[in-house]
Design a protein around this ligand. Structure first.
Ligand SMILES: [Zn+2]
Length: 315
């Protein structure tokens, strides 16, 4: 049976980046929606066993612990704001932040609310919620790490957070949110594909090989260099298949297919931990949960999408 993964994080086209004309008025409007992060975790809720972003209105007690707010855009007629929650320095030493905010949620009788690690829960969200959550995470992360102008050293004013980009009020330099392009390649040699694992992967998890695009490289050049460096293979016939924003923290994954005539692997253990060839039949069994010699890339990821497409003869 053919199964096909959804590609999560890929549906932000309905979020309109129309900047508010009157920030104070719009932030006060009760119909607007507010998304909260704490220590990189997003506030979600569980309803009938389904996970959703917990959009709160402006009138909620978490608002008094916000240390950074970013305007995300409009979805339908509602403006979306993303907030980072943080205790002040004194209380940070005294309390576990997540526990502290969880207690506030309990006091508000928001019992089904919890702070979730998007990396684990994204495939439990709807495609739309995962896309909003991913965008929100990347943007708040970038803003929280970029508080000073690198040209003149001035601290940015908080009102710059109305816009995604930051313009230094002092020297006029404009900064755009960072995106890191990453190629991820399904390498095919007749009836086999190569899968590998990085040192930081969960136990037994194997995926397609990937790497950052470097300055001056085309996507093809980056793929050829990475694959040669990691496993010593020469690849050719490189084709674009699909792409996926990956908000951990701000990558754009570019899915490619490539062929190779080489079989012998020269694994660079500084780059990856392991890699091996797997046949289409064996991979099919693993993807369908009928074999467990390794764990394939998770559903909703571009690697899973590439593997399923190849197994289903759609490539
Ligand atoms: Zn500046």
């Amino acid at each position: 049976m053919k199964t096909k993964s959804k590609l999560f994080f890929t549906d932000t086209k309905k979020i309109i980046r129309k900047y508010p004309e009157n920030k104070k008025r719009i932030q006060k409007e009760s119909k607007n929606l507010h998304i909260f992060f704490c220590e990189g975790l997003i506030l979600t809720k569980k309803i009938n066993n389904k996970i959703k972003i917990n959009f709160l209105s402006k009138e909620n007690p978490l608002m008094s612990y916000v240390d950074l707010t970013v305007y995300l855009g409009k979805s339908k007629s509602k403006s979306l704001y993303v907030h980072n929650l943080s205790l002040n320095k004194k209380n940070k030493d005294k309390f576990n932040q997540i526990e502290f905010f969880n207690n506030i949620l309990k006091q508000e009788k928001l019992f089904n609310s919890t702070f979730s690690d998007l990396r684990i829960t994204f495939a439990g969200l709807s495609l739309k919620d995962s896309s909003i959550a991913g965008l929100a995470k990347s943007l708040i992360n970038w803003k929280s790490e970029n508080k000073f102008c690198t040209k003149c050293g001035i601290k940015f004013e908080s009102f710059t957070n109305d816009h995604w980009e930051i313009k230094c009020e002092h020297c006029n330099k404009v900064y755009f949110p960072r995106i890191d392009p990453v190629i991820i390649v399904i390498i095919i040699n007749d009836n086999e594909t190569l899968i590998g694992r990085s040192h930081h992967f969960p136990v037994k998890l194997y995926s397609c090989l990937a790497g950052f695009v470097e300055l001056g490289e085309t996507l093809e050049n980056a793929a050829m260099r990475e694959i040669k460096e990691e496993v010593g293979l020469n690849i050719y016939d490189i084709k674009f298949i699909t792409n996926q924003p990956w908000p951990f923290p701000s990558s754009l994954m570019i899915g490619l297919s490539a062929k190779t005539k080489d079989r012998k692997l020269i694994i660079d253990n500084n780059e990856i931990e392991d890699a091996f060839w797997v046949s289409k039949e064996d991979l099919k069994l693993v993807l369908n949960g009928k074999a467990d010699n390794f764990i394939p890339a998770r559903k909703g990821t571009i690697a899973r999408y590439l593997l399923e497409k190849w197994v289903n003869d759609e490539m």
